[in-house]
Design a protein around this ligand. Structure first.
Ligand code: E4P
Length: 217
């Protein structure tokens, strides 16, 4: 499973990237706002740091303008994945970008029907939003499983990018179902290292080690 980091915080990306945990990055307008940075400048910095796909999202709502914005974003670096919303105009733009050989991440996917259309339009990635479905008491994980089955039935090459991941359980369930990629905030990726028995076991080992009176260095 590939790990994308869902942030525009370059310090957080660098920390995880140095550990080999970053296969790509996803951003969105809300994350750009949170970073307080200029979209072109911060996206370029991320692209220079990370060799995998870096999603940069268009904000126009009509296909023609989306295509113009996407083409500008694609000029930032060769590893840009142009992110478009799952609307009819977004699918039109997706097809245009894919035909030109650009990577496309179709975002804001909340149904298997939408995912099927994105694959037909040549999306490189489909981003089903798990957490936002859970927020309205629907089953985000069921959506990942449905898309996995549909894509496998027809050998679609569009990669399932599990998004809106809010917990370690979301990440692990997505991996179990077979999502190709997950994108998660740095805090979720870091919390994957935590286990109460690890803390308890380490505490005991350190207490016992102190009793030996020995030193390794
Ligand atoms: C990623 O591409 C999405 O923009 C992101 O995962 C959304 O997450 P959220 O629902 O926690 O904002």
């Amino acid at each position: 499973m590939k790990f994308f980091v869902d942030t525009a915080d370059t310090a957080a990306i660098r920390e995880l990237n140095d550990l080999g945990m970053v296969d790509g990055v996803t951003t969105n307008p809300s994350l750009i706002l949170k970073s307080g940075r200029d979209i072109l400048e911060v996206t370029k910095e991320i692209c220079d740091m990370v060799s995998g796909p870096v999603s940069a999202e268009v904000v126009a709502t009509e296909a023609k303008e989306m295509i113009a914005e996407g083409m500008k974003l694609a000029k930032i670096a060769p590893n840009i994945a142009i992110k478009v919303p799952l609307t009819w105009d977004g699918l039109t733009a997706c097809k245009a970008f894919a035909s030109e050989g650009h990577m496309v991440n179709v975002t804001l996917c909340f149904s298997p029907a939408q995912a099927l259309l994105a694959a037909k339009a040549g999306a490189t990635f489909i981003s089903p939003f798990i957490g936002r479905l859970d927020d309205i008491h629907l089953d985000g994980m069921e959506l990942i499983a449905d898309i996995r089955q549909i894509y496998d039935n027809y050998d679609f090459r569009t990669e399932i990018l599990a998004a809106s991941i809010r917990s370690v359980n979301h990440a692990i369930e997505s991996a179990r179902i077979g999502a190709d990629v997950m994108t998660a905030p740095p805090s979720v990726i870091k919390s994957m290292a935590n286990h109460v028995l690890t803390d308890k076991g380490l505490d005991q080992f350190l207490k016992d080690w102190a009793k030996t009176g020995q030193k390794i260095l």
